[in-house]
Every structure is written in C-alpha cells, then in structure tokens.
Design a protein around this ligand. Structure first.
Ligand code: 13P
Length: 132
C-alpha cells in the first residue's frame, strides 16, 4: 500500500513515536510524507520515505494530487487542532480529496493506532481491487 504520513509541528513527536512503534508494519509499504515529517521519520527509523515539499510549501497539495491519480491508499495525518496553519486551504483540500476518492484518512494518533492494525490484518485488500 502507498501510505502518506503527515504531522503538524506540535504532533511530530507523536508521529515519530508512531513510526518507531509500527516500523515493522510500515516497512512493508511505500511511504510518502510532507517534507519535514518525512525527514524526521527517516532519521528516527531508517525507513525509506519519499518526501514531498514541506506542507506550507505545497506538500499537502502534492499528496492530494497523488490521491486524485489513485496513487495513495491511506493518509495518516496528525493534525494540530490548536494552532492556526497558514496553509489551511491546502489541508482542507487534501482532506476533501480523501472524501472524493474514498481514501481512508485518520487525523490523530488514536485513529492511526486502529488503522495500522487494520492494515496489518489485511483490511486494505479492497484497495488492490481498485488499483488493478
Ligand atoms: O504542514 C504540514 C501538513 O499540513 C506538514 O508539513 P511538514 O511535514 O513539512 O512539516
């Protein structure tokens, strides 16, 4: 599966801990991330992560483009609900495209914990049918 990993600054430590905890699952998949998130994950885990631009510089939109091309299967996005983001329109657009294309999206650690276990259990096989 192609997985996008994104975290706002206040949530980056959560994302690093998540990636370390589930490295054994994540390493079986193709990983994509916004710039800084991807760099932090790669440094902390050694995982191979394709990095797009940083979020405020278009990274969310680049991931949105992948969704529109059926090139992303899951989006794990640790959003900061307490800090205004300069690129809020890009964030909304990314989440909207997940809804348009029926791409599973979680926006916090609790959801990600469930989703990663669903991934491990094979609940994403329906995406193979769509990708075929
Ligand atoms: O701002 C982001 C998502 O909206 C994340 O971007 P970075 O991973 O580059 O910090």
């Amino acid at each position: 599966m192609k997985i996008a990993l994104i975290a706002h600054d206040e949530k980056k430590d959560d994302m690093i801990n998540f990636a370390i905890s589930y490295k054994h699952i994540l390493k079986e998949h193709a990983l994509f991330a916004t710039g800084t998130t991807g760099q932090r994950i790669a440094e902390a885990t050694g995982l191979d992560v394709h990095r797009f631009n940083s979020g405020p510089l278009g990274g969310d939109q680049q991931i949105g483009a992948k969704i529109s091309e059926n090139e992303m299967d899951l989006v794990i996005f640790f959003k900061d609900p307490l800090t205004a983001q300069p690129h809020e329109p890009d964030i909304s657009a990314l989440m909207r495209l997940c809804d348009v294309y029926q791409i599973p999206l979680v926006t916090n650690l609790a959801g990600a914990e469930v989703m990663i276990r669903a991934l491990e259990a094979g609940f994403f096989h329906w995406r193979d049918v769509i990708d075929a």
